[in-house]
Design a protein around this ligand. Structure first.
Ligand SMILES: Cc1ncc(COP(=O)(O)O)c(C=O)c1O
Length: 368
């Protein structure tokens, strides 16, 4: 019998057929193997090109002797530090196996089959996936000039709307909804609807651009802010993110989360990374230099990127992104084609180290 033959009907839920599975970025080793290359650079997942926070690495070494123990299910130390930083207490924080796990917690806790949840069409793909998992309906709002228009979101609110997911700044476009627009939205959205503001790239924003959405959390609104240690802190491999929300919502998220979702190494590393101010500063400096260099180089090539508030660029192109992606792979450069979002003529590229940015520019100039 071949593996395609079955002896019984497929037990999978029919809804799974409606879900486009997650397509991870190509891995460096995979590209080396497939294309017979010795050097490959990855600018595809918005990771920190400087590596992990050195303080985090140092902090986890003593933890190795404790791997036989289950992690602290309450995340006491990490939650305490996070709560102090935002001027709240632990009851306002939930931890996740990456912030994407909290996206799933939100859907599990607040969506029933048949409910609607609104998000941007060209917005982090994890939201519609988690909405569909619940047999709820994703309502996808097309972006206008690479930005989510909140008036368009409000127009789609119906009595069935339960949740709105907004990535701010947005992945994959790197654009940002400013504070005044968010404030106007919050004044008009029915208060029972859960608003998730995913701030995975928050730490890359200059202080004067912070929309200070925490105000709404403090007021007890049905609001959840998501943040992550995967980006600026350089800990994507450990999977740790957190949500900030009023205690009644955190209690619901805790009810649906797997008790030991955030492992002990991740908890320790994240807590230590929070004190690594020097590393954050270096990361921001590298990002600023890289952003300027890439924007100038791409403009010179006649393909200006969309101005970004993050550590990546959204790059509209005159050519099909799959072909370009493939040709860049041959030159040892991994980027992210945007076909997943039905955008055939765009890629997303992460700001790398200076030499990586240079290699990327050379490679794309060679292809075009
Ligand atoms: C908007 C947004 N949210 C969440 C994540 C994922 O974060 P984590 O690694 O914490 O799951 C990403 C990662 O690309 C992202 O772009």
């Amino acid at each position: 019998m071949t593996t395609n033959e079955t002896v019984a009907p497929d037990p999978a839920r029919a809804i799974l057929n409606l879900i486009r599975p997650y397509e991870p970025a190509k891995a460096i080793e995979e590209v080396k193997r497939e294309y017979g290359l010795t050097r490959v650079i990855k600018l595809a997942s918005n990771e920190n090109p400087l590596g992990p926070s050195p303080k985090a690495v140092e902090a986890i070494i003593p933890m190795m002797s404790q791997l036989h123990r289950y992690p602290d299910p309450s995340g006491y130390t990490l939650k305490g530090k996070l709560a102090d930083r935002v001027g709240l207490s632990r009851e306002w924080i939930v931890l996740g196996n990456g912030s994407t796990e909290i996206v799933e917690q939100v859907s599990l806790a607040f969506l029933n089959p048949g409910d609607e949840a609104i998000t941007g069409k060209e917005m982090f793909f994890k939201y519609p996936i988690s909405i569909r998992f619940m047999s709820a309906e994703p309502v996808l709002v097309p972006l206008v000039e690479h930005k989510l228009r909140l008036d368009d979101v409000l127009e789609r609110v119906t009595p069935r709307t339960k949740v709105v997911f907004i990535a701010n700044p947005n992945n994959p476009t790197g654009t940002m909804i400013p504070r005044e627009e968010l404030d106007d939205f919050m004044a008009r959205i029915p208060p029972e609807i859960v608003v998730v503001l995913d701030e995975a790239y928050h730490e890359f924003l200059p202080a004067d651009q912070d929309p200070d959405f925490l105000r709404y959390v403090r007021e007890g609104r049905n609001v959840i802010i998501l943040r992550t240690f995967s980006k600026i802190y350089g800990l994507a491999g450990l999977r740790v993110g957190y949500g900030i929300a009023p205690p009644h919502m955190i209690a619901s998220l805790n009810q649906v989360r797997e008790v030991f979702n955030t492992n002990s190494i991740a908890q320790h590393a994240a807590a230590a990374a929070m004190d690594d101010g020097g590393f954050i500063k270096k990361t921001l400096e590298n990002n600023e230099i890289g952003k300027k260099y890439l924007a100038a180089g791409l403009e010179k090539l006649g393909i200006p990127p969309v101005p970004t508030c993050t550590n990546f660029f959204f790059l509209p192109l005159p050519v099909d992104c799959r072909t370009l992606f493939e040709q860049l792979l041959r030159r040892g450069v991994i980027v992210r084609p945007m076909a997943r979002y039905d955008l055939d003529k765009a890629i997303r590229v992460t700001v790398g180290l200076p030499e990586e940015n240079e290699e990327f520019l050379k490679a794309i100039a060679g292809v075009l």
